[in-house]
Structures are given as C-alpha cells and as structure tokens.
Ligand binder design. Structure first.
Ligand SMILES: [Fe+2]
Length: 239
C-alpha cells in the first residue's frame, strides 16, 4: 500500500523529532503493509521554512538507516504546501518540490476558511501543468459546512487526499461525517496517514480500508494502490 502523506522526515516541521523516530515510523508502516511512503514536510512561510536540499539529505540518511535495519519500504520526497498567492513562484524557486518530482502537488488549505485567492491560485497551477491534490479537505470548516465547495474544486481538476484518521473519528464527529460523505460521493482519490510521530496504538490500514468500502462503492483499493502508483510514475489520473 501507499501512504502519500507523512511527516516522517525528522527535525524539519512538527513531525518526527529525531532520526530514530523516522526509522520507527518506517518500521511501523512496513508492518502495516505499506510499501511506499511519500514524505511531505510542511512548507509554511515564517513557520516551517525547510529547503528541498536539506530535506533530501535527511531523507537519504533515513534511507541508509532503514536499509541497515532491513526495513523493506521505499520513501520518496514531496512537500505539503500551504496555499498562498506566492505558491507558483515558490515552486519555480526550487526550494520546495512536487510529489516525487511528478506533476502532483500536495496543497493544504487553512483549517477555518477558504482564502479568496484559492480558486485563482489553483487555476494558475493547473495552467502551469501541475495537478493539485488537496490535503485532508474534510478538516476545513467551510467544506464541512458545505461540501459543494469541494465538489466545485474537483470539477475544476483538483484531486483529494483524505486522512485515514479523519475517517476513524480522530478529529471529531463532524470531520468523520464529512469523510464518510466524501467517500460516498466519490470525492476522494487518495488516502494518507498524515502521521507526525510513531503511533502508540494498533493501526491497520487494511482494516480501515475494509470499513471504508462500506461507503465507497468502487474498489477502495484504488485509493491505496492504483491511484497513488500513478503519482510515483507521474501518470495521468482520470477523475
Ligand atoms: Fe500533513
């Protein structure tokens, strides 16, 4: 399985705090049958300003350690980028990256509102050839109140990544209901853990996928295998 949203790189955002934690997260993911992780450190101007080269250097150190430990998992590099009017310029600067250097880009909205420039920025990114994946929109207050906002964005070509733990109820009933609603209406294209540290309780992606299939009438495994595989290969995803 694929986990396309993970803060597994140590010391760059609010994710793993040490290389030991990064390795432990990889070990746990492999035990959950995850074969591929895309590392997505936050880039938020003024808060988490990590640079591509530094992230890659840390990732290579993690790769070395997991190889030594015999953990069988591939980790690719990406970013989770907060939407701002500067985003197209930031991408051109090379300080941040798309998911595994593909056309796919993980973009997060603020939790409370949808900034007025959102559609404009998303449209400009599309014109420049990027494919935007919105990170966990089920947690955005405006979308919780009116999921049609998300529907309109999807119609304009945006893809959606849902957090597995939103579906499990970690962020409360309203987020959980929105996650279920999005699955029912085929408004989800990828899932991810958005994990920030090693987990302390049991977790099975397969069990969660089984529960998701009650709501998602197509093959739920598309969200865990086929669709994310297209990111790594930079192939087109028909939404
Ligand atoms: Fe995240």
């Amino acid at each position: 399985m694929y986990d396309i949203h993970s803060h597994i790189i140590y010391g760059v955002d609010d994710g793993a705090v040490s290389i030991e934690e990064s390795v432990e997260m990889a070990r746990q993911a492999a035990a959950e049958e995850v074969d591929v992780i895309i590392a997505t450190p936050h880039y938020i101007e003024g808060l988490y300003v990590n640079e591509y080269e530094d992230n890659l250097e840390r990732l290579n150190k993690i790769r070395e350690q997991i190889n030594k430990a015999g953990i069988n998992i591939s980790i690719y590099l990406g970013n989770e980028l907060l939407i701002t009017p500067e985003l197209p310029k930031l991408l051109k600067s090379g300080r941040v990256t798309t998911l595994n250097n593909s056309r796919y880009l993980l973009v997060e909205l603020p939790f409370l509102d949808i900034p007025v420039y959102t559609e404009n920025v998303l449209f400009n990114l599309e014109i420049e050839g990027y494919k935007v994946i919105l990170a966990h929109p089920e947690q955005n207050e405006q979308i919780i109140d009116d999921p049609n906002i998300l529907y309109r964005l999807i119609k304009h070509g945006v893809c959606v990544q849902m957090n597995l733990q939103s579906f499990e109820g970690k962020y409360g009933k309203r987020v959980k209901k929105t996650a279920q609603f999005m699955l029912q209406h085929h408004m989800v294209h990828f899932v991810g853990t958005n994990r920030h540290s090693p987990r302390k309780s049991n977790f099975s992606m397969r069990d969660i996928a089984d529960r998701m299939s009650y709501y998602y009438k197509d093959n739920v495994l598309d969200l865990l295998f086929d669709n994310p595989a297209k990111i790594i290969k930079n192939e087109y995803l028909q939404v």
